[in-house]
Design a protein around this ligand. Structure first.
Ligand code: ARG
Ligand code: MN
Ligand code: MN
Length: 313
């Protein structure tokens, strides 16, 4: 076990793996297979080897809603299904957190973070969110072009945009000043406006190039966690990494984080001793050739290990 002591978890330090084979927040098949591949690659053992107790009793089972009974709301695709799934994920993540375990949610598409972060905030209302992504995922009912809800979870968590009755369970408990992004490089026009209007701190790839990842992580933490005493929820979309590093994902964008930059972020968050929840999202083993899939799964596992205390020395 790494020498860093987690300030929020009782001993024995326990991870609860929440496997979420869910793809309803977007339209490409295969992202629901992400968690299955990550677990089959040996993630549970790997985490035990670095000193954690790991609680994993199979992937989360979701209620099914037939497409016919889930027509679009505005442009939103599968709106009831996504809502129901995220609500159940919020319950599971919240329960694990209340039991003193650290939920590690494996996606699945990034709409799931509406659930995971709601769960975290139910147990740790003062938590901050560090969102690592090529995308801001902050579209609203009004701004979304694709209607894919994986491009929207942050706006729901912040309570932006027109209210949707189906989503009334989302408490919108996240404050804009408790959110920070790293890795952005593909932001829709409406999203840029939302980020500005709400004064949301974001470090795009431009800032990563300019300052280096070490400084960027320090500045991100100074913003959301100035006294280094608040719980941290880290939501990592694997498409934050450059497509040469993590090719198997649904919406790859060139010019992303290197292998080391991605790992550095995870290591630095671990070093705070403040991590209370982790998401690894958008791993899609159905996209790209077998070697690229193997590479993406391996990177996914190693990011999770890095965030949970695997050290280089
Ligand atoms: N989680 C993701 N990969 N999101 C991609 C979102 C892309 C685009 N901004 C949209 O709203 O559709
Ligand atoms: Mn993304
Ligand atoms: Mn995302």
């Amino acid at each position: 076990m790494s020498a860093i002591v987690n300030k929020f978890l009782p001993s024995p330090k326990t991870i609860a793996i929440v496997g979420c084979p869910f793809s309803g927040g977007q339209t490409k098949i295969g992202v629901d297979k992400g968690p299955i591949h990550l677990v089959e690659a040996g993630l549970v053992n790997q985490l035990e080897e670095i000193g954690w107790s790991v609680n994993f009793d199979g992937h989360h089972q979701f209620e099914e809603i037939q497409a016919a009974s889930d027509p679009p709301i505005g442009k939103l695709k599968n709106p009831r299904l996504v809502s129901r799934v995220c609500e159940s994920v919020a319950k599971v993540v919240g329960e694990h957190a209340r039991n003193g375990q650290l939920p590690v949610t494996l996606g699945g598409d990034h709409s799931l973070a509406m659930g995971t972060i709601s769960g975290t905030l139910n147990s740790y209302p003062e938590a901050c969110v560090i969102w690592i992504d090529a995308h801001a995922d902050i579209n609203t009912l009004e701004t979304t072009g694709s209607g894919n809800i994986h491009g929207m979870p942050v706006s729901f968590l912040l309570g932006l945009g027109e209210k949707i009755a189906e989503y009334s369970w989302v408490k919108s408990a996240l404050k804009p000043e408790r959110l920070v992004y790293i890795g952005l490089r593909d932001i829709d026009a409406g999203e840029k406006r939302i980020l500005k209007e709400n004064n949301i701190k974001a470090f795009s790839m431009h800032e990563v190039d300019k300052y280096g990842i070490g400084k960027v992580v320090d500045m991100a933490l100074d913003h959301v966690n100035p006294n280094r005493d608040l719980p941290i929820h880290l939501s990592f979309d694997v498409d934050a990494l450059d497509p040469s590093v993590a090719p198997s994902t649904g919406t790859p964008v060139r010019g992303g984080l290197t292998f080391r930059e991605g790992h550095y972020i995870c290591e630095a968050i671990h070093e705070t001793g403040l991590l209370v929840a982790l998401d690894l999202m958008e791993v899609n083993p159905s996209l790209a050739d077998p070697e690229s899939v193997r590479q993406t799964i391996a990177v996914g596992c190693s990011l999770v290990r890095a965030a949970l205390g695997e050290t280089l020395l």
